[in-house]
Design a binder for this molecule. Structure first.
Ligand SMILES: Cc1cc2nc3c(=O)[nH]c(=O)nc-3n(C[C@H](O)[C@H](O)[C@H](O)COP(=O)(O)OP(=O)(O)OC[C@H]3O[C@@H](n4cnc5c(N)ncnc54)[C@H](O)[C@@H]3O)c2cc1C
Length: 440
């Protein structure tokens, strides 16, 4: 165990946030040679802005101290978070949320800007945009000969470990979980979302200035009757991001996803859309509806929120899943990215301890044993939160006192994470599996 390890070759499939965080984490280990493959011609992240609590910021810094600076370089806005009722008997009442209400409790950043900063300065030889992996073959199912990656152009390359960071619809989930469609493909949760960005001045004209004060940046979630609305500043405070949510239990599905059968889009007429938010009478909420309808004049196109069935494992002996390929979850707590960042830290730490290729299965098992239960907790919590913040919590509805009771501690598991304890636990599992607790 004390001999110097030979180089361990790691292929990361997928150049989103999870892959990029892992790449940065692995760079510090000289015995690891890493390549990151992205099928699109450029590294892209689309969708609403991302929230980083102070705990997740600390985890970013533990992966690589530069990553925390990337947030600021990408125009992150330090903000407080609050929840208010938009409808029902207690309209406008503030719901207290433990740990997130102070100014600067979290930073919100645009995805593309943050990904660009994360990858800036990374060695170009390790980053491969425009490279789609078409298959991965285990060269010795019973041994340690490694894995053969075949690219869409027919070329091939050998690795010791493949990390699937290819997102919700990625193919690597099938490498780990086999052919069980119900486990491999995401399913619709019934929730839909619609994000949009508006210049600050325009948003203030529509929504008023009370909640959009750049000298006191706030992210505010409005709980409606079957709907949720959230707004915050983005891009150094120059833009306002609005995301509205709903549940489509009682509405028809518009289109089908050919690959998984899960619906991915929900279309509303402007009248249907307006009607859904009719009980949100507060001017700030009506302003958000007006802004969305000023863009979507003919049809309002929302995205269906998908989720994976919990996987029995995230690993084989030399393949592992990270981020959305392991666990797509609802976005209501901003937990997906936080959990992916935690996973990048723990996985990179474990791989950094590898004494030899023979130890790879132990490192991946340790990752699975420590990270999977936490992702499952986040998935359950995010789903419960989705119902609460759209006024559909069972026996809660729009009652502000009951919402307060249910939501106050909902984010504790993200805020109070003891990442050092998780890392230590993962190391213990790895050492136990290797049958030697003191080899480091
Ligand atoms: C609509 C929407 C809203 C969301 N809202 C939130 C939110 O508010 N808060 C939050 O925390 N999270 C949210 N999420 C989840 C969040 O976006 C992800 O957790 C985060 O981006 C990390 O994703 P990832 O890197 O695992 O996957 P992705 O960002 O999906 O990246 C996967 C990458 O793999 C590439 N790829 C796929 N197949 C191959 C292949 N064969 N070869 C090479 N490359 C391949 C893809 O092109 C893609 O770039 C949301 C997601 C969506 C879709």
């Amino acid at each position: 165990m004390s001999s110097s390890p030979s180089t361990i070759r790691v292929a990361i499939i997928g150049g989103g946030l999870a892959g990029a965080a892992l790449l940065r984490g692995l760079l510090r280990y000289p015995h690891i040679a890493v390549d990151m493959y992205e099928s699109r011609p450029a590294f892209r992240e689309e969708g609403p802005g991302l929230s980083f609590t102070t705990s997740t910021q600390a985890i970013l810094a533990a992966i690589d101290p530069e990553l925390e600076l990337c947030l600021d370089r990408a125009g992150a806005v330090s903000t407080s978070f609050e929840v208010r009722t938009a409808s029902g008997p207690h309209t406008g009442r503030r719901i207290e949320v433990n740990g997130l209400e102070a100014p600067g409790a979290k930073k919100i950043v645009g995805r593309q800007a943050f990904l660009t900063e994360m990858l800036s300065g990374m060695p170009p030889r390790m980053m491969h945009p425009g490279a789609r992996i078409s298959s991965v073959t285990d060269l010795s199912p019973g041994g340690h000969q490694g894995l053969l990656l075949t690219f869409a152009d027919g070329s091939q390359k050998k690795y010791d470990i493949v990390v699937g960071a290819d997102g919700t619809h990625g193919f690597t989930r099938g490498l780990v979980l086999g052919g069980d469609e119900a486990l491999v493909s995401p399913h619709s949760t019934g929730f839909w979302s619609l994000p949009m960005k508006v210049p600050l001045r325009r948003a203030q004209q529509a929504m008023g200035t009370r909640y959009l004060d750049p000298s006191n940046p706030r992210q505010i979630g409005w709980v409606g009757d079957g709907t949720g609305m959230i707004h915050n500043l983005l891009d150094n405070g120059n833009e306002v991001e609005i995301v509205v949510y709903g549940n489509m239990d009682d509405v028809e599905v518009a289109e089908e996803d050919g690959a998984s059968g899960a619906s991915w889009a929900k279309l509303f007429t402007p009248d249907e859309f307006h009607e859904m938010f009719a009980s949100n009478q507060l001017p700030v909420c009506q302003g958000m509806v007006d802004l969305i309808q000023s863009v979507y004049t003919v049809q309002v196109a929302a995205i269906c929120q998908l989720e994976h069935t919990p996987a029995p494992t995230y690993v084989t002996k030399n393949v592992c899943l990270i981020g959305d390929s392991a666990h797509s979850m609802l976005p209501f707590q901003g937990a997906s990215v936080s959990i992916a960042i935690e996973e990048a830290l723990i996985l990179s730490s474990l791989l950094g301890r590898l004494p030899s290729k023979a130890a790879i299965p132990a490192a991946l098992q340790a990752y699975d044993q420590v990270c999977r239960p936490r992702a499952e907790l986040a998935t359950r919590s995010s789903a419960e939160t989705g119902f609460l913040v759209t006024g559909r919590g069972p026996s809660v509805g729009l009652d502000a006192d009951l919402l307060q009771h249910q939501l106050r501690h909902k984010w504790d598991f993200l805020l109070e994470v003891d990442i050092d304890a998780y890392r230590a636990a993962a190391n213990v599992v790895m050492d136990q599996l290797l049958g030697a607790e003191t080899w480091m």
